[in-house]
Design a protein. Structure first.
Lengths: 321, 218
């Protein structure tokens, strides 16, 4: 019998736990020529802001060992165009949509949440708090528990009661559990982790940084162990808070690993860039991984690595140091 | 129609399919291909066999004329009585071909080259500033919004920057002439690289009033 892949996202039931990662699937339209966007768990949109935004100058990408840096700068058409064009399209295709929002002040986030609450087709809101806070000397919201909490409280209070709100956390912090706690205390229904890690590449021929924006976000397989660690730590501290896991997931086995750490859903990002059908493929592979292990329900896997007996058994065989 | 197909390095590759299509439409096809050395000129033999004329340039002089394609462009345009130019190759070449085509008042289409992550329109890596038919500059994706643009639509001087009047640039609405407030001078902006914003206002004024200086030695 095929395993039960159904997953809960707040009040909504998703047919399966594989999502796109924000920024890697635009608003789903381009991927629709490769996959049926209604067949994956949900489409997580590129972060939408209040106003249109041109982003950062090019070059915006640098390849690295087992990963890449991007410095796009949230280029996008703004919330008006998103509500008019992208969201209705996703709804018409039967996709479940997690709308990622970004702002530079707490009020911008709150206004975006309010605008989305009046629209049809919003399954959940993912709050991208890895943006500089113009009211706090450009300090990134995600790096300060108070700022992060303020954004989540504002979004939660302005978002419709039945729309789950997830906070997307940055791994570039000393104590990710402290940020996670602050977001959950402020009203976040769940957590998404991890965003990219800040990195830099210097061209040794030109002797200058490769990216026009100087620094960029590192993604891809290189960061997967960081994602697994962050998810593990937060799951350990907040075992009842649902987690959307992401970070270098390239195949079904990787998705399984994040779920074992504590993610109940998994977003696929950088893998889409070399395989636009990656979400459908990884969903198929995850199904095969479950069948191979004789697991009937994907929900049974979530956080399984925290199980004392499982951990002890693994250690006794000495396969993990 | 007399069509001139200009290719730099492997940029020649897509020109041959285009040449087939143009010949089906009873256009004559001239080639102007260049590269660093003879072994890097893609399709030189095909160009000689199938083109009405084929001019080759190499930087080291190992094949054809020593120099770069734009050295020969004026001469080829005169001899072939070119009506339209299609170009594909490095951005610096496309920029020069566009500038020369405008001096001769010849329409030019270019296939641009920008580094891409996804190639299907999702990642927003391969953007460049292009003036739309509504006169507004947008950071468009070369992979799906291009890669072929009319040469004069591309803001060559501003590639690698976000022009201050581009759609979505900070304060773009006033700079794009959308309010009575006069456009401020340079400042702020996204360019953190020290590459210079390359005078976006000058580029805009050129766009409004194309320069038509007399040709000098191509």
């Amino acid at each position: 019998m095929a395993p039960d892949l159904r997953t809960r996202l707040g009040n909504v039931e998703l047919p399966n736990p594989i999502l796109t990662a924000s920024g890697c699937a635009s608003s789903g339209r381009e991927l629709a020529q490769f996959i049926d966007v209604s067949k994956i768990g949900a489409v997580v949109t590129k972060s939408v802001m209040l106003a249109p935004r041109a982003g950062r100058p090019t070059p915006r990408m640098a390849e690295t060992s087992s990963g890449m840096l991007n410095s796009i700068g949230l280029q996008g058409p703004g919330i008006d165009a998103f509500l008019q064009r992208d969201l209705p399209w996703l709804l018409s295709r039967g996709a479940r949509t997690v709308v990622s929002i970004a702002g530079s002040t707490v009020e911008e986030y709150a206004e975006l949440a309010a605008r989305l609450s009046d629209a049809a087709g919003v399954t959940a809101i993912e709050v991208n708090i890895s943006c500089p806070n113009v009211e706090h000397r450009g300090q990134v919201f995600a790096c300060d528990p108070t700022d992060a909490g303020a954004v989540l409280a504002a979004v939660r209070s302005r978002a419709r009661y039945d729309i789950p709100v997830f906070a997307k956390l940055s791994p570039d912090v000393t104590d990710i559990v402290a940020i996670a706690r602050s977001c959950v205390s402020a009203g976040a229904d769940g957590l998404s982790m991890i965003n990219t890690l800040l990195g830099m590449v210097i061209d040794t021929e030109t002797m200058r940084p490769v990216l026009a924006g100087l620094t960029g976000g590192l993604s891809g397989p290189a960061i997967r162990p960081v994602a697994v660690r962050c998810i593990w730590q937060v799951r350990e501290a907040l075992p009842d808070v649902p987690i959307i896991g992401m970070g270098g997931v390239m195949n079904g086995r990787d998705a399984l690993e994040l779920m074992l750490a504590g993610a109940s859903m998994v977003s696929v990002g950088t893998a889409i860039f070399h395989d636009p059908s990656a979400c459908a493929r990884i969903l198929r592979e995850l199904d095969e991984e479950l069948v191979r292990r004789g697991i009937d329900r994907v929900a049974d896997l979530v956080g399984r690595a925290h199980d004392v007996k499982t951990t002890a058994g693994t250690r006794s065989r000495g396969t993990v140091p | 129609m007399s069509c001139l197909l200009v290719g730099g390095g492997y940029g020649s590759a897509p020109l041959f399919a285009l040449a087939d299509r143009l010949r089906q439409r009873r256009c004559s096809v001239d080639f102007l291909l260049g590269a660093a050395s003879g072994d890097r000129v893609f399709g030189a033999l095909t160009a000689r066999r199938t083109g009405r004329s084929a001019t080759i340039t190499t930087a080291d002089g190992s094949l054809g004329v020593r120099g770069i394609v734009t050295d020969m462009l004026g001469q080829v345009i005169h001899e072939a009585r070119t009506d339209v130019i299609y170009a594909c190759g490095p951005m610096a070449m496309l920029r020069q071909v566009t500038a020369l085509a405008r001096r001769y008042d010849i329409p030019v289409q270019v296939a641009v080259e920008e580094s891409m992550a996804c190639g299907v329109g999702t990642c927003m890596t391969c953007v460049l500033p292009v003036i739309g038919s509504d006169g507004i500059t947008r950071m468009v994706r070369s992979c799906v919004d291009g890669p072929v643009f009319r040469g004069e639509q591309v803001r060559w001087d501003d590639i690698g920057t976000i022009p201050l009047d581009a759609f979505g640039a900070p304060g773009w609405e006033s700079r794009a002439g959308r309010s009575p407030r006069p456009a401020p001078t340079r400042g702020g902006g996204h360019d953190l690289s020290g590459r210079g914003a390359a005078e976006p206002h000058a580029a805009r004024s050129r766009q409004r009033a194309p320069e038509r200086r007399p040709e000098h030695g191509a």
